[in-house]
Design a protein. Structure first.
Lengths: 337, 331, 309
């Protein structure tokens, strides 16, 4: 296994091209393992390499336990990586210290999944949104602080008089707006959106997604959008990465990936999503995968997907497939793609 | 076809600090034999409360049925005693919940939990029940049922637990199966497995199904009839063909427009429904959707519309736009 | 629904609304969480009776010795073992000292010990536990070992060892408390913080670059306040009881200073003849324990999120 792992590394090292040339973020061979019990490791993220261009939205999809959230958090340096690096504007963020790290914290922000758990229940909305301002000493005076918070509230479609309220008085969608306002407070360039809409109702999801897109246009933001809802990811992303058991198994332009999925897992994932149209559903031949997700503590040898793959061969059990460019800008980790 | 369940003008409320939360406000629908009915709505629409009222699973207090009846095979479940309900639950109506981990007892083996109902309701002895349980486990696609029989829920994955739940729900051949968000906690590839299983089983046994869900995709895949709920009321009903092809209530239309479609090319911006659902502690006097509706009229503010027939195939919608005067004025 | 049949509908009513009807409004005043807790506590009669008792106890501990016509330490050998009377309200002890004054002096000591225990819990317990929970990993392991070792030393042994080097007094008891009394608190805080640490709002603060102190004092500890306060209401009575018990054994407060423990001890010899000498301190001790316990229970219910709504 070790020999093939080395081989994979060599091949994947060439950075994957960003959509619009200039790269804001480059992730190289990033791994994050967690120790589990005695002598076992959970390979939450395993050898991830990708890049995100300025002003681009990269969608990251996968099922629970695939490592997409861990990837987002490691890229935010909420976790220290086991190996690999993340370059932000060409600088490795894991080597940053002191004032450089503090500046990075202003330039990267995060929007979280749970609109109930992501706001401190003891802070009022003013204090929640002003937190980045307080940490970085951005607002000079109390008046300035209030003005900035009111501006941000307005930006996300909430009323300034809401500033004195507490999080539990808001609905899920409104709280998520507060979370977005907080993420924007320090004028970041890059935002990791970690399942920002999965806890919201359908009619509210569209509000939040539209808000995120609108803000991207107005402020020139770059997003990494993590989600398990493939239709929403398709809608918002320029490029999409698919993860399975800690590995990235496919990466392509969003429309290309959905029209022309190369990896059998991506194909199954796309086919599994029910479409709200009975005509299409009636005609659709759904690929129903057998079996469950293997434990990420004991992943299968070779290709991680082989235990559920309808096309698996002996080769898949022996060799880890390279993550290779199968078509212009379309990458996949499958021997037969 | 025979009607096995008829819900008439059901009102269910919860006593809460600061008043009464009117979770269900006048719901009417019926389920025929062998039919799969979906109740669609967002959180707070009253869809789960309706389902749990049928099973009488809501704790009372704080909940209470204010008005209305639930007729199941000729009996009114609203007035049934707890002992009568115990005989109905599991035997004549099976239920599957959203979270299979909390609906299975963690201290009992899966086998024990399946045989329990068989022994209680079907009067089987232990070995008969075991045979039947193994058969059920095989039926719901659990590999190696003999080994699985003696295992506990924590040995099962999420999808396997939901399969076990389905085996329990179907163990006594119920006439009606209520599935409350059965796939919401599962990943899409597992969801596809469970939906396939439920469709197969429904065809095999002719069980009527009430599927509670917020996912319109799931509805399109497996139901015949759709009931759309909003703010504790039914706002639209119809066959799935009509509901998806020509929705007649602005809320249903809005819901469909606010979802991105995987099968269509991207680019079109989403059309969200602005605002938030009504506060059921003080529901609006007029139409519940009025505050978020782009077609809101004067009449909507103070008068609650009735569910009226629109189009063929029994489609109904609860909206003033279908009043003849509306068509006249807006034309 | 019912009015639509009798309703006369006019064309006017079917005009488009020219305004957006009021939708999302947040009704009522803004309610900070602590006020919610307070409201629930105030409606709990049993807990409030505990609070009332404790307030009265505090007031009497301050003014009791002052309003009595006699001080607490002067022996009056002419009037020993007197029953309650207009002159000596609660009677006198075997040395003719005023029981009324002594009782409230005892309350002072009890409350001072209780307050000291609370302060120790808050200063050592909360900070130590906070650091353990927040740091995690190696630091947590080491600090936890230290607290386990300290916890394994019996409290009584600490007191006795301290008596080797100092005179028995209230301060011995407080000093002994500060060696081991805060460990339970530190474990509770540690557990809470470990849980909270993975909450998204804490991650959010970290992603913004918040310093360790800010995370601990702005996010983690304020959200642990509920369990901290509830633990305090259990630590305080147990400290009060320890003081009474040690004083009873002669290891704590020494005559002529008065503690409920020494008063009960003093009354032992003649308690069948002069039962009031034991009754007053014993009853007050029991009631104080009870009051703290019902107050603590009420607080726990008030903080418990499951009982919310």
């Amino acid at each position: 296994m070790s020999a093939s792992a080395v081989k994979t590394k060599g091949a994947a090292f060439q950075p994957v091209a960003g959509a619009s040339g200039e790269k804001l973020l480059e992730v190289r061979n990033l791994s994050k393992f967690f120790p589990v019990g005695s002598n076992e490791t959970l390979k939450a993220v395993n050898d991830l390499t990708l890049s995100i261009g300025k002003g681009e939205t990269l969608g990251v999809v996968g099922e629970s336990g695939c490592g997409k959230s861990t990837a987002g958090r490691t890229i935010m340096r909420l976790y220290e990586p086991t190996s690999g690096e993340t370059l932000f504007n060409g600088r490795n963020i894991y080597k940053m210290r002191g004032s450089e790290l503090k500046t990075l914290r202003r330039e990267m922000a995060m929007v979280f999944q749970d609109p109930y758990a992501s706001l401190n229940p003891r802070f009022n909305i003013m204090d929640v949104i002003a937190e980045p301002l307080d940490i970085h000493g951005i607002a000079g005076s109390a008046k300035e602080r209030r003005r900035k918070v009111e501006e941000l509230l307005d930006l996300v479609g909430l009323r300034p008089e809401h500033a004195a309220r507490y999080p539990h008085e808001f609905s899920g969608g409104q709280r998520q707006r507060v979370g977005i306002a907080r993420a924007l407070a320090a004028n970041p360039k890059f935002i990791v959106c970690d399942e920002p809409i999965s806890a919201l109702d359908v009619s509210i999801q569209a509000q939040v997604v539209n808000l995120l897109q609108d803000l991207q246009k107005r402020l020139g933001l770059t997003y990494m959008f993590i989600a398990h809802d493939l239709s929403m990811v398709k809608h918002i992303s320029d490029r999409v990465a698919v993860m399975y058991l800690g590995k990235m198994i496919e990466l392509a332009e969003s429309s290309e990936l959905y029209a022309n999925p190369k990896h059998p897992y991506t194909q199954a994932l796309l086919s599994a999503i029910p479409i709200p149209d009975p005509l299409i559903e009636a005609q659709k031949e759904r690929i129903v995968l057998s079996g469950d997700l293997p434990s990420p503590i004991h992943p299968p040898s070779g290709c991680p997907f082989r235990t559920r793959c309808p096309f698996a061969t002996e080769k898949c059990a022996k060799e880890v497939p390279d993550f290779r460019e199968v078509k212009d800008g379309h990458w996949a980790a499958c021997h037969y793609a | 076809m025979d009607t096995i369940l008829r819900v008439n003008d059901l009102h269910v409320s919860f006593r809460a600090r600061g008043g009464e939360v009117q979770a269900v406000r006048g719901v009417n629908f019926e389920v025929k034999k062998g039919e799969a009915v979906a109740i669609v709505g967002e959180s707070g629409s009253g869809k789960s409360v309706t389902a749990q009222s049928i099973m009488r699973l809501l704790p009372s207090p704080p909940s209470f049925v204010k008005q209305g009846s639930i007729e199941f095979m000729g009996r009114n479940l609203v007035d049934a005693t707890e002992a009568e309900m115990e005989a109905i639950r599991g035997k004549e109506i099976g239920m599957i919940f959203q979270d299979p981990m909390t609906s299975l007892n963690p201290t009992m083996t899966i086998g024990h939990q399946i045989t329990e109902g068989l022994i209680k309701h079907q009067g089987m002895n232990r070995s008969e029940a075991r045979e039947r349980a193994l058969e059920l486990l095989r039926l719901v696609g659990i590999p190696n049922p003999e080994a699985r029989f003696g295992q506990y829920p924590h040995n099962f994955s999420g999808g396997m637990r939901q399969r076990a739940m389905i085996a329990i729900a179907l163990s006594c051949n119920p006439a009606l199966l209520i599935a409350d968000e059965p796939t919401t906690a599962l990943d899409v590839t597992i969801q596809a497995q469970i939906m396939q299983l439920m469709k197969d089983l429904q065809q095999k046994f002719g069980t009527s199904i009430i599927l509670i869900t917020h996912d319109l995709g799931v509805v399109a895949d497996m139901c015949d009839k759709v009931i759309v709920m909003y703010g504790g009321q039914v706002v639209e009903t119809g066959t799935k063909w009509d509901i998806f092809a020509k929705p007649q209530h602005p809320y249903t239309r809005g819901l469909l427009r606010s979802m991105p479609r995987l099968d269509l090319p991207k680019g079109e911006p989403l059309v969200p429904i602005d605002g938030t659902p009504p506060d059921l502690l003080a529901p609006p006097v007029g139409c519940a959707f009025c505050a978020r509706c782009e077609h809101a009229m004067e009449v909507c503010l103070n008068h609650d519309p009735e569910l009226v027939p629109v189009g063929e195939n029994g489609q109904t919608a609860k909206c003033w736009l279908h009043h003849p005067l509306a068509k006249e004025v807006q034309a | 629904m019912k009015d639509s049949r009798t309703l006369t509908l006019t064309k006017e009513m079917f005009k488009r609304l020219s305004f957006r009807p009021p939708g999302e409004t947040i009704a009522g005043d803004s309610v900070p969480m602590w006020r919610d807790v307070l409201r629930r506590l105030v409606t709990n009669k049993l807990a409030m009776s505990g609070v009332v008792f404790l307030v009265l106890l505090g007031v009497m501990a301050i003014i009791g010795p002052m309003i009595s016509p006699h001080d607490y330490f002067t022996n009056n050998l002419d009037r020993t073992n007197e029953p309650p009377s207009a002159d000596y309200w609660f009677g006198t002890d075997n040395l003719g000292r005023d029981l009324f004054s002594r009782l409230w002096m005892g309350a002072r000591i009890s409350l001072v010990v209780g307050l000291a225990a609370a302060a120790i819990d808050l200063i050592f317990g909360v900070i130590y536990g906070g650091i353990m929970g927040y740091a995690g990993g190696r630091t947590d392991e080491m600090m936890n070992k230290v607290s386990e070792i300290l916890y394994s030393i019996p409290y009584l042994l600490v007191v006795i060892l301290l008596l080797v080097v100092m005179e028995p007094s209230m301060w011995t008891i407080i000093l002994a408390l500060s060696v081991t009394g805060w460990i339970n608190m530190s474990w509770i805080v540690r557990g809470q913080i470990k849980q909270l640490k993975n909450q998204e709002y804490v991650l959010a603060a970290r992603s913004m670059g918040a310093s360790g102190a800010r995370m601990l004092f702005k996010h983690l500890i304020p959200n642990t306040l509920g369990p901290i306060i509830v633990t305090l209401t259990l630590t305080v009575p147990s400290a009060i009881f320890s003081e009474a018990f040690l004083s009873f054994l002669g290891l704590g407060v020494q005559s002529p200073a008065a503690s409920w423990g020494t008063m009960i001890n003093d009354s032992l010899a003649g308690w069948t003849l002069f039962p009031w000498q034991m009754m007053f301190p014993a009853a007050l001790l029991c009631l104080t324990m009870l009051a703290f316990n019902v107050f603590g229970d009420g607080l726990r219910d008030a903080f418990d999120p499951k009982l919310k709504k």
